[in-house]
Every structure is written in C-alpha cells, then in structure tokens.
Design a protein around this ligand. Sequence first.
Ligand code: SF4
Length: 422
Amino acid sequence: MPRSNHRDYLRRVRKAAEDPQLRRAMNRAAESYSAARAEGLASVDFDALSQQVRAIKERAIEHLPALIARFRQEAEGVGACVYEAKTAEDARRYIVDLARRQGVTLAVKSKSMATEEIGLNPALEAAGVRSVETDLGEWVVQLAGERPSHMVSPAIHKTREEVAELLSRVTGRHIDPDIPSLVKVARAELRRCFVEAQMGITGANIAIAETGTLVLVTNEGNGRLASSLPPIHVAVVGIEKLVRSLDDAVPILKILARNSTGQTLTSYTTFITGPSRTSDIEKTPVLGVHGPQQLHIVLLDNGRGALRNDPEFRESLYCIRCGACMYLCPAFQVVAGHLFGHIYTGAIGTVLTAWHHGIENAKEPLGLCHGCRYCVDVCPSRIDTPRMVLRLRERIVENEGLPLANSAALRGVVRRPERLRA
Ligand code: SF4
C-alpha cells in the first residue's frame, strides 16, 4: 500500500469520525439494536445455543465436500439446476449467460451479500439487464450509487432525513423524513418490478444438504416475492451455508434472528426445495405453476475452499452473517462499513475480504480493529475474529515488512468502548 493511499485512508477515517450525520445514524441504530437484541435473547440460553451452533458449523465445514455432493444430488433430484462456481467470474458468467439465453431484461433482487461479493449487478447491467434491489436498505444504497455498509442493514450509515432527501430526488416529489412514509414509497415504487421481472435473484441463509433445500430468512416480504413471482429464480449461495440436515438448521434459525434483529423469528422463514410444481392432473408432475419454473442454484467457492484448508482462518467460515459484531464494534460505530471493510464489512468482513477480494482490499480496514473482543462475546458461532485479524496482520508483516497502524487513527475517538456493550 503506497504511503499516499495510507494517508488518504487515515484522512477519510478522521473525516468519518467527525461527520455529524454519520454519528446520528450510527447512534440511532446502535441504541435500537442493543435494546432489541437484549429482549430477543432473554428467552434463550445464548451460551448453550452458540455452542450448539459452533459445533454444527464445525461439522459442516469439516464434511463440506460430501455436503456439496449431497446437496447437488438432492436439489437436482427435485428439478433444480446446480452450478458449482469456483470463482466470482464463473458465477457471474453463469447468471449472465442464463439471463441472455432466457431473454431477461429485468431482474429483481433480494438482499444477498454473495451477489455483492461477485459484483453481479454491474455484470447484469453491462449485459443489458436492469437489476433492481428490492430490500429497502439495498434499494436506498443502489439509488445513492453506494454499496452496503453493513451485511444486515445496508443503509445503516444513513439517517431518515438523508433517505427522505434521496427518495424525494428520485421520485420528483417531496417526501417527509418520517420512516413509515419512506417505507410506503418503497412499496409503491417497487411493486410493479416484482410482477414484470423475468428473473428473481436471492441468496440463502442456510442450505440443507439432506433435502436440497434453501432457507431464506427475511422480514420485508421482498425475498418471498423475488423467489416466487418471476419465472426464473436464481440463488447465489456461499458453500459455507451448507448444513447436513433440517435438525442442524434449527439452532441456527433460533439464534440468527434473535442476534441479528432481536426477533424470535423473522417475519418470513422460507424453505425452498426445487421449483414450483403440481401433480394435480392425473398425478402427472409439471414444473412452474404459480412460482418459478426454473430454479438455478449457484454454489459459490471464491476462496472458501482455501479458507477451509487454512487452520488459522477456517473458523471465519462459521459466520452466519447475523451482523451483531458490527452493530456492537466500537470502531465500526465510528466509521461504519464503507471504511471498515470492502464488500464484507467489520472485522470479520476484513478477514473474508482477504480471501474473496484480495489482501490489498483488506489491509487498511484491518488496522481499525483494536482488539477489544466485544465481537467474540456477541458471536453466535464463537468466532475469534480479533485473533484472525492479528494473525492476518502478522502474515502481511511477514510477507512485506510493513506495519499497519491505523488503530492510531481511532485513538482518542473511541474513548470509552465499554459503553457500547449490549
Ligand atoms: S462473525 Fe459472528 S457476530 Fe459477526 S456476523 Fe458472523 S456470526 Fe455474526
């Protein structure tokens, strides 16, 4: 990393730390989240459940090749097409070729970090396919020409006032900075897209090998619409999302919403096993009734195989993307995800970045972790992210002899991180 880039990064960190709008947005989100999480976890034994989740993820990653083979066999058995993408480019090519072959001009997307990871939207747009984000936060950042700053709350860095200004500009009419009114705008503007799109694109929170099932955990309803209204459903799924059985999926579901949004379960927990089908006439099976006729599942490696083979970093694959570690990270609170991360954000995001997007993109954000270990306390998979951050820094220094000292930029900014503890 050239010295001038490093200086520019530090300048942007200081600027973010002094940005009153960002401060307001992050403080509002942290307060709401901490209260909701405490309430959500009150009805479970977090320690016992997180030990269970950790064991499930350890077992799944240990047996990953067998789970991939089983998932493929089961999903294809119920009529899905499964494509194993070694790289982001493989995944993009498969989806763009499919869109071209099927004459797709409009795609609707529900929130998916895997599609962000592979840069799917620009690839589709370059192929003449309009790709519309339908999760409210994702739609906001798409309209703003930005990228998500948090894996669960993509627009966490924006205040309601900023969102109202943006939507007023896009719709050409004044919209009050009142959150229910902003939500209504999204509903009105996006509804037509769901009906007109020829392709719906989602991720998946869990993939169950034993049945070839995708599990989507959502709140807004856009995930259901995107995966059921268009005639083609494409799901991009990181291979670390695989678990052996429905029994293994349950503890993850039990803790995911509680730790992520404070809900017992999200509004919609959707299980998808193959395309839409009927056997109502003469018991003859036909695909594509009211839901999609085609289901394409892209199983994405893109560095995950290498992570699995690296004992010092394997545990990063146990992440269930709840986002808790970011909401409660003192450094993330100060600068948010556009500086603390690349596509994946926060401390865990910088570790993943090194494998998915290259060490160059992880170097500067790595320096923002100052090892407070709050992220370990709140992690449902008990991932020791600070250990991996430290080890990654050591590897960089071993290879390049360059010290990383960005944490100095936050010294004096994060004076009392303990007050952010949930
Ligand atoms: S590292 Fe842990 S706390 Fe952070 S997003 Fe992943 S599972 Fe959640």
